[in-house]
Ligand binder design. Sequence first.
Ligand code: SF4
Length: 239
Amino acid sequence: MTAAVLKLRGETAPEDRARALSAEYADADAQAILERAIREEFAGEIALVSSFGAESAVLLHLVASVAPETPVIFLDTQKHFAQTLSYRRKLAARLGLTDVRDILPDTEEAAAQDPNGDLWRRDTDACCDLRKVRPLKTALDGFGSWITGRKAFHGGERMHLPAFEWNGRHFKVNPLVRWTPEDVAEYRARHDLPAHPLVEQGYPSIGCWPCTRAVEDGEGVRAGRWSNSDKAECGIHVR
Ligand code: SF4
């Protein structure tokens, strides 16, 4: 570890540390950001959180190329498309990822709060809290940081993300934040990465089956997520 890193860790508040890293890596590519985060800055205390969705193969491939033993957290909400579960198994094997963790909702909490499995019909925020937010909080115990696949072109709050953030509890690393759809497609083609099977059916963003639909021409990437409501995020990225 460099003296500069030790100085940064020892004397800097987390918000300032994230800000300094973002400035230092403002023009860096995703590989460089990941190498700094995984091998140096947060070594041994960083995980990738992946939905194994439409664009996930790119970041999974990048992380595997840096350190295939990096823990990968997959939130198994028990509401995924069958195609997602199949894709998760095949892609992890293909990329040689050795520590993919399937994180399920707490059994007792699910039985008490969603005994019929239809909470999503009545309260999507409560359902996401039960099946995503609280399981992730538990899964991230012991980690000081996590890697996300968010990109500015997704719109909304993602348009102004830095490469490194502090959310009050963890550092978050966003190595693909400046990537365009063309960058994603070019990387996938160059490395012959398999597409999620639903992409060709019109799903550019893929979450749980009750809350995801195919999009029409001209709609935004995430227009098919919770499309009958104002909800735009599941809550795992709320500070
Ligand atoms: S995306 Fe829908 S089904 Fe999945 S956890 Fe959230 S509300 Fe529930």
